[in-house]
Structure formats: C-alpha cells, structure tokens
Design a protein around this ligand. Structure first.
Ligand SMILES: NC(=O)c1ccc[n+]([C@@H]2O[C@H](COP(=O)([O-])OP(=O)(O)OC[C@H]3O[C@@H](n4cnc5c(N)ncnc54)[C@H](OP(=O)(O)O)[C@@H]3O)[C@@H](O)[C@H]2O)c1
Length: 268
C-alpha cells in the first residue's frame, strides 16, 4: 500500500515501538490516530512528532470492554466527519516475565485481554468502518512460534494472534481488506525489565532498536507481506521449532539455569 496521506489508527502508540512507529509513519506521509491509556502521554508524543502531519488521539484502556467500545465510537465519529481510516495497527501489548506458578490470575487475565482479546475485537469492529483498500496489521512476537519458559501466557497470546491473523487474511481474501502479522524479536523497550535485558545479554540474544522494528513494520505495510518474522537467526528458530521441536526444547533446557537465576524461582 502506498502510505502517503493514509490515516493510521495505532494502539500502544505511547510505548517504545509505538513512538518509533509513529515517527516512521509520519515520515512516510501518514496521518495518525494515536491510542494509549494516558492523555498526557499522548499529548507529549504529539508534541514530540513533526508538525507536518495532523494527529488525533484516543485515551482508552483497551484491556477492557469500555476501552474497546470507546475506540470504536471515536472511529465511527471520525468516519461520519469524513475522516477515513485506512490502516489499523494493533500494537499495544504487555507481558510479565515469570513462571506460571508465580503469576496472579489477574495478570494472566490482563495479558490475554490486551494481547489477544483487544486486537480480535478491534479487528471485528474496524471492519465496519475501515476503508477499501484497508489493512489491519497485528504485532506479534517471535514467541508466537516458540514456547519459552517464563513467558507461557505471552507465548499463548501471541500464537493465538498469529493464527487469528492468518485466518482473517484468508477470510478477507479478495475483499479489499487484509490482515498482516509482524513478529519482532527482543526489542529495546520498557516491555523488558532489567532481568530480561540481562538475560538476553547473557544468552547472546540480539536486541533490536524500536526504530529498526518500525522500519520493518513500514516495509510490511508497503509490500503487503502477509507475515514478517523479524531477525536472524530467530526466523530460522521459528522454522526449526515447527519441524524439530525437540531440538529447540533441548537448547532451551540448557538455558534453564540462567532462567532460574533471573527469576530466582526457588521451586525449580
Ligand atoms: N519489546 C520487545 O522485546 C517486543 C518483542 C516482540 C514483540 N513485542 C510487541 O510489540 C508491541 C509493542 O511493545 P513495546 O515493546 O513497544 O512495549 P512498551 O514499550 O511496553 O509499550 C506497550 C504499549 O502498549 C500499551 N498498552 C499496554 N496495556 C494497555 C492497555 N490495557 N490499554 C491500552 N494500551 C495498553 C502501553 O500503553 P501505556 O503507554 O499507556 O502504558 C504502551 O503504549 C507489543 O505488542 C509487544 O508484545 C515487543
């Protein structure tokens, strides 16, 4: 899709990838509807962005039904006012790095709500107002394809988002709308606390800058590539895990002592 003058609804706009992506989209000539939880953070983001574009913002917690409805209502109003929306990027996400035994039920529920329920519901609702042609792009993770200890719930939500995107891509084929999926690997944002950053360093995992991830997301929109796994060797591991999961399991098992140290899980 040619991005110049397209209007993009972006969730998680105030986060690490969201901020970098906002700038990259503006540089490509897009106009933005920025979604985040706090109006003050959204206002600050708009202040920081170039003034060449025009911005709308919606403050809503999309981890609950009221927030989803609020976003939908605002978008319907924009359409009535003659502001078309061409692209929806479901980027908001959250996770907690811990073994499942240590997780609270509330934190599991929240992760499911933000990472999978919200993009599914926003996809459904956006199909009533999204332009033709229109793109919905869902932000996944390498962990959509690789089950990793300490991230069981996160892996499950991102795997579900991957399948959802694939099914919707097929459901919408030849309708003028499509659903794309981009899976970043570890990225330098506040999503990862110090333990995760230290663990990635220890294990020699590469970490991308949000700017590099934003560049890949833009490329995916421009080329309309259905699925993009970011990073090498991560995209190879994704394939190996599909074909020979025991190989990946044994390599992850060797990392277990570092994982246990990071999580200080006395039950292990
Ligand atoms: N960082 C990584 O290593 C990595 C790797 C692979 C995939 N990803 C994915 O990339 C996406 C962006 O993550 P990030 O790294 O930029 O994380 P981040 O810096 O923590 O930003 C997360 C964004 O999601 C928003 N958000 C969280 N819960 C929300 C809720 N209930 N309602 C509305 N917004 C909510 C946050 O809003 P507030 O500003 O209001 O908190 C924030 O804007 C996520 O889907 C994540 O899973 C990240």
């Amino acid at each position: 899709m040619k991005l110049k003058d397209k209007r993009v609804l972006l969730t998680g706009a105030t986060g690490g990838i969201g901020r970098a992506l906002s700038l990259a989209l503006v540089e490509a000539g897009c106009h933005l509807i920025l979604v985040g939880r706090e109006q003050a953070k959204l206002d600050q983001l708009i202040d920081d962005l170039p003034h060449s574009s025009n911005y709308l913002s919606i403050a809503a917690d999309i981890g609950c039904a009221e927030g989803i409805k609020a976003v939908d209502k605002e978008c319907q109003l924009y359409i009535q006012e003659g502001i078309p929306i061409d692209i929806v990027i479901n980027n908001a996400g959250c996770n907690t790095f811990d073994y499942l035994t240590q997780r609270t039920l509330t934190s599991i529920e929240q992760e499911i709500a933000v990472n999978i329920s919200a993009p599914m519901q926003l996809t459904k609702l956006s199909l009533t107002w999204l332009s033709y042609p229109g793109i919905i792009l869902n932000i996944g993770s390498t962990f959509a394809a690789i089950g990793y200890p300490g991230y069981a719930t996160y892996c499950a939500t991102k795997a579900a988002l991957h399948r959802f995107s694939e099914a919707m891509q097929r459901e919408l084929k030849d309708t003028g709308r499509q659903v794309l999926f981009v899976a970043p690997r570890a990225t330098d944002t506040d999503l990862n606390d110090q333990r995760v950053t230290a663990l990635n360093k220890k294990l020699g995992n590469s970490t991308d800058s949000p700017k590099a991830v934003a560049k890949q997301i833009l490329k995916t929109l421009q080329t309309e590539q259905k699925v993009c796994w970011i990073g090498w060797p991560e995209k190879l591991f994704v394939r190996i895990n599909q074909l020979f999961p025991s190989l990946v399991a044994s390599s992850i098992h060797k990392q277990k002592k570092h994982l246990n140290k990071s999580l200080s899980d006395i039950n292990e």
